[in-house]
Design a protein around this ligand. Structure first.
Ligand SMILES: Cc1ncc(COP(=O)(O)O)c(C=O)c1O
Length: 391
């Protein structure tokens, strides 16, 4: 099932978890790569067939053996009792949010959360179901505490967020939330469970888009949550089963395959990105760089408290007008223009201009991929060259 077994708990390092948790060779005739159970239905013991009595599988919308393997790996990496895979990151996030939504409730939401998450809470739930919300930067815990009302049922975090990488102090927020009986959900996609495990800091539900680093090859749209047993049981039997946002078994298989190399990929993304960040920080054509862990990152104290490594996603503000900045993006050869991140490839996208969240106007988000880093820096250099020097 979606829960860790005693056998799974033998594996304690992320490397060993990824390589072995859930891979029960005896169950699958010694296959080193698990099979794809591409079936909707699991028939039951009828007295005449040889199905074991008590077979936990009935229907793939609720559980599936291939998907279980992916779930057990994520659960072990995050330090949860279990995990659930979804057909997309938004499937995971909306189910986690709905777990805490009640009629007339209030949600505290960080203002740089992923756009469709903001839409879900601010536009969909609030306009259609009279749910209330308050936006916060989230960098100051007191701001979060002050935003809470008597009807607050959820504090929604994204730390680091995925455009300007704001972090929240998880220990402080969850200590307060627990005392008040308020649920906490975090989008942990930027960090991945390799670099941050929010359940260990008291967060109730961790969400991921597995379309990014967990999958890692830009070939699946997928999501996953990890949590303690009662929450996983509840979401498995209600939000996931009723909205029907379960992961397809083939998608689960690709996710398992992608995760096998998660740690080595992240290491290389982070090494490349650190060099790119340093180049940008020293460039006369760049006004500001946003990269957790880098020399100029504003929240390095929290970064070192919660994160154990970096990745390839960063933002920067080039000098020049909006026109000049747009022209810069068209001169890049190695960075393709695209909205996603976390795959093998380098990407660039204009992501600025959210005034209420104080996201600068001409912000460019880069995903530093696994290409040769000197080629990537040379590409940025030629594309930045025509921009005016900063004052
Ligand atoms: C930070 C973050 N969270 C959630 C999502 C949603 O994931 P998905 O596209 O898999 O639904 C994304 C997708 O871009 C994202 O960047």
């Amino acid at each position: 099932m979606a829960f860790l077994t005693e056998g799974d708990r033998k594996y304690t390092t992320p490397e060993d978890i990824i390589a072995h948790v859930g891979d029960e060779y005896g169950k699958f005739m010694g296959a080193i790569v698990p099979p794809i159970f591409q079936n909707s239905l699991f028939v039951r013991y009828n007295g005449a067939n040889d199905i074991p009595e008590g077979n936990p599988y009935a229907y793939t919308r609720v559980s599936n053996p291939t998907t279980d393997i992916a779930e057990r790996k994520v659960a072990a990496l995050e330090g949860g009792d279990g995990a659930l895979c979804f057909s997309s990151g938004m499937g995971a996030i909306s189910s986690a949010v709905m777990h805490f939504v009640r009629t007339g409730c209030h949600i505290v939401l960080v203002d740089t959360a992923y756009g469709p998450t903001m839409q879900l809470i601010r536009d969909y739930l609030c306009k259609k179901f009279a749910v209330e919300y308050t936006l916060v930067h989230g960098t100051d815990t007191q701001e979060i505490i002050d935003a809470v009302r008597p009807n607050t049922t959820l504090i929604y975090l994204e730390s680091p967020s995925s455009v300007v990488f704001r972090m929240q102090d998880l220990d402080a927020v969850t200590a307060f939330a627990r005392e008040k009986g308020i649920g906490t959900v975090i989008d942990n996609s930027y960090a991945t469970p390799i670099n941050q495990q929010p359940l260990k800091h008291g967060v109730d539900i961790v969400c991921h888009t597995a379309s990014k680093y967990l999958g890692g090859h830009s070939d699946i749209v997928a999501g996953v949550i990890a949590s303690r047993r009662e929450i996983i049981e509840s979401i498995q039997s209600t939000e996931r089963a009723l909205y029907g946002s379960n992961m397809d078994p083939h998608q689960s298989w690709l996710l398992i395959r992608g995760m096998r190399t998660l740690i080595v990929r992240l290491r290389q993304h982070a090494a490349n990105a650190a060099k790119v960040a340093e180049y940008l920080e020293n460039s006369k054509k760049v006004l500001k760089v946003f990269y957790p862990g880098s020399r100029t990152y504003a929240q390095n104290e929290l970064y070192h408290k919660y994160m154990s490594g970096g990745n390839g996603l960063m933002s920067f503000v080039p000098s020049g007008t909006a026109e000049e900045v747009r022209a810069f993006t068209t001169r890049l050869h190695m960075f393709q223009n695209g909205v996603s991140w976390g795959g093998f490839e380098s990407l660039c996208v204009t992501a600025g201009g959210i005034p209420e969240a104080e996201v600068p106007k001409n912000l460019i988000r880069l995903h530093v991929g696994l290409e040769n880093v000197d080629t990537l820096i040379a590409d940025l250099d030629q594309a930045l060259a025509p921009l005016p020097d900063k004052e």
